[in-house]
Design a protein around this ligand. Structure first.
Ligand code: ACM
Length: 682
């Protein structure tokens, strides 16, 4: 690249052209995410998005397609500041021409054709797709192509031919442990559409709450939801909203475990132990539905029949995970049933239960999805296993002929960086699965469990990390450049904010609330040094329940803030060529980060004394200044080509060990690069 660029420059000088002209004639760099299958930058040049832009739909023109096009125009207008048309005319062609063969399936299916082609010429753009869903994806790509130039907003000349790698690209949101209002879910559907995710898995029931209205069994929400639930109209509206954006809605009703909220309302379904009320504690519960009584199946039949009138998707999730059900081993009636039916253990009894539920679903023309635990040879091959326990169990299912969806590496509550999730592949390059077995892997699903989030913080836990995973599900297996992904993640993150997501603004809102002030520059700089610990670590440190307030410093800060990757990359740069002139800028930026961060400490110590909700951060604040000093001294040594004294290294080790101990329910964002630096100068 370097060589080509300087050759071009030399040629330009030779030809008497300015460098600026040459640069303008290079194809523009694109920031598309997920990366399309084929992108051919045509010649240099662009189409300028200006007033007078027109749109034509020349094929199918369903209301859904028209609405998607009008939403796109509004977003184009918002970004460019140029007034866009408010209606779609009947013209045979426009500056943007959308040619769709058919609206597609009346209920979007797993085999919906999602392909599209997008060609930009100097006079406009043409989007061609077999279905509306394909066109919806293409419109998102069109928006991502938009670039600001001194001459205005342009679409670079390009020819794109795109289709997804996996058919099932999901996001699960747990609305059981904490309820999420409709507007929160809608904006998350907008965000999903922006990165071409196509399955919203709606986790609607938990020990901690039953969140969807049943008219047949109204006590489910009357007694099991604290009044926080979706009416049937809400649920239908969400299904409609999702369909408008090319997204299926797969509802999940957890059974036979994770079911305390069912039993609060209908004790006749219990296996012997009746919960005292909605469960506030987290973790696996002993409560389970009774799989041996016909009333249970009558109840489930009527309930699922009612729900299938609301949720048209061909797939329905029955949960099925984590059901230790000690009652099944203790209750004499259940023991007798198991003996009579030759069921040797709890697992066999759960397989019996699943077989009965499967028969109910089959009558309703629904296919069963369940977590890993439903995987049992007693079940036919048309159930889908969602793997939360790892790639190995997904592969095992596929080897035995079961379809699967991978979730284990996409648990957002692990608070891992986007780059780690990004590299986990449902079908990695070194897979041992045969080509036919690989076809059984339908795709993957991001899981957002809600023990530690609420409507204020959910967006920042999901986004932008989920956009990185969306690329894994959509784009080719060999698209794996983490730095390039992070480069493209930033514009996506901003676009999501334009769509109404609060993943960026919620951090400041949380900090303002903690500081009880609108002046949060210092607190914000300080906060950039921290991110929340994983679900498991928080649970250990805080013993949270559903009633725990989620308004601490840990709730305000966000996982994998952009500065974390920036500092890591800068550190790798200086470590690669410590004394090179090229590394100058990286040194300067690292020094700026650590000096700026250290400088917040005195003011933060004063603030913490006055703000009790910040007091858990006291020990971390004390650790921060010496760690920043360590970094600054280490950078000086590295740049000077010197080694540290043994005393300095020993002190560094002590500080790093202390920094890795639990405190404040947060961890430092820069410990890994700092550890590398300490090693390098040792
Ligand atoms: C799960 O995480 N128990 C599905």
């Amino acid at each position: 690249m370097m060589i080509k660029r300087s050759l071009a420059a030399a040629a330009a000088v030779f030809a008497g052209m300015s460098l600026h002209t040459v640069a303008a004639q290079q194809p523009m760099s694109l920031a598309l995410l997920p990366k399309p299958r084929v992108v051919q930058p045509s010649a240099a040049g662009s189409y300028t998005v200006g007033s007078g832009l027109t749109v034509a739909l020349t094929g199918a023109r369903s209301p859904r397609l028209q609405a998607a096009v009008l939403r796109t125009l509004k977003r184009l207008e918002d970004t460019t500041g140029v007034l866009m048309p408010r209606a779609i005319g009947d013209a045979a062609s426009g500056s943007i021409t959308v040619r769709v063969a058919s609206d597609g399936q009346p209920v979007q299916g797993i085999d919906e054709d999602e392909n599209y082609q997008l060609v930009v010429t100097p006079t406009g753009a043409t989007l061609t797709a077999p279905t509306t869903v394909g066109a919806i994806h293409g419109l998102e790509t069109l928006l991502q192509l938009l670039q600001a130039t001194p001459q205005g907003y342009v679409l670079p000349l390009v020819s794109i031919d795109d289709s997804p790698r996996f058919r099932w690209r999901g996001l699960m949101i747990d609305c059981g442990r904490h309820f999420e209002p409709m507007d929160v879910l809608k904006r998350n559907l907008d965000a999903m559409a922006a990165v071409k995710l196509n399955v919203f898995h709606w986790h609607l029931t938990e020990d901690q709450g039953f969140r969807v209205e049943s008219k047949l069994y109204p006590k489910l929400t009357q007694l099991g939801s604290d009044g926080l639930f979706y009416t049937q109209d809400d649920a239908r509206e969400l299904v409609r909203y999702a369909r408008e954006r090319g997204i299926r809605v797969v509802p999940e009703f957890e059974m036979p475990g994770h079911s305390a909220a069912w039993l609060v309302a209908y004790p006749e379904l219990n296996s012997g132990t009746q919960p005292a009320g909605i469960r506030r504690e987290f973790g696996v519960s002993d409560i389970a539905l009774d799989p041996t009584r016909e009333v249970t199946y009558q109840f489930i039949t009527r309930f699922l029949t009612e729900m299938s009138g609301i949720f048209p998707d061909a797939y329905l999730h029955i949960g099925g995970d984590e059901t230790p059900a000690p009652d099944w081993k203790k209750n004499p009636r259940i023991i007798a049933f198991m003996q009579a039916h030759n069921l040797k253990d709890n697992e066999s009894l759960q397989a019996y239960f699943n077989t009965r539920v499967l028969a109910i679903l089959t009558k309703l023309h629904r296919r069963m999805v369940g977590w890993d635990e439903i995987f049992n040879p007693a079940l036919p091959k048309d159930v889908v296993v969602q793997s939360w326990r790892g790639e190995a169990s997904l592969a095992k299912g596929a080897q035995q002929g079961y379809q699967g969806v991978l979730s284990a590496p996409y648990y957002l509550d692990g608070m891992k960086p986007a780059g780690v999730h990004y590299l986990a592949d449902p079908v990695p390059a070194d897979t041992k699965l045969s080509p036919d077995q690989q076809k059984l892997i339908l795709g993957g699903e991001v899981c957002m469990w809600a023990e530690h989030l609420d409507a204020r913080t959910i967006d920042s836990r999901i986004w932008p990390r989920t956009a990185a995973i969306a690329e894994r599900f959509w784009s080719a297996q060999d698209v794996r450049d983490v730095d390039d992904m992070y480069r493209r993640l930033q514009p996506v993150s901003l676009e999501l904010e334009s769509l109404g997501l609060r993943h960026l603004s919620s951090e400041d809102a949380g900090l303002r609330s903690l500081a009880e002030s609108t002046e949060i520059d210092t607190l914000r700089t300080f906060a950039r040094a921290f991110e929340p610990v994983s679900f498991g670590e928080r649970y250990q440190q805080q013993h949270t329940s559903q009633l725990t307030p989620l308004t601490g410093f840990v709730d305000a800060v966000v996982p994998d803030p952009p500065v974390k990757h920036e500092v890591a990359v800068l550190m790798d740069t200086v470590l690669a060529t410590p004394t090179a002139f090229d590394a100058h800028d990286a040194y300067a930026r690292l020094r700026a980060f650590f000096s700026r961060t250290a400088a917040t400490v005195p003011a933060m110590q004063a603030t913490i004394r006055e703000r009790p909700r910040l007091q858990p951060m006291e020990a971390r604040t004390t650790q921060l200044a010496p760690l920043c000093q360590l970094a600054l001294q280490g950078l000086d040594l590295l740049q000077a080509g010197k080694k540290a004294t043994p005393g300095w290294s020993a002190n560094a080790d002590t500080l790093l060990i202390e920094a890795k101990q639990p405190s404040g329910i947060v961890r430092f964002t820069f410990i890994e690069p700092l550890t590398k630096l300490v090693q390098a100068v040792r």
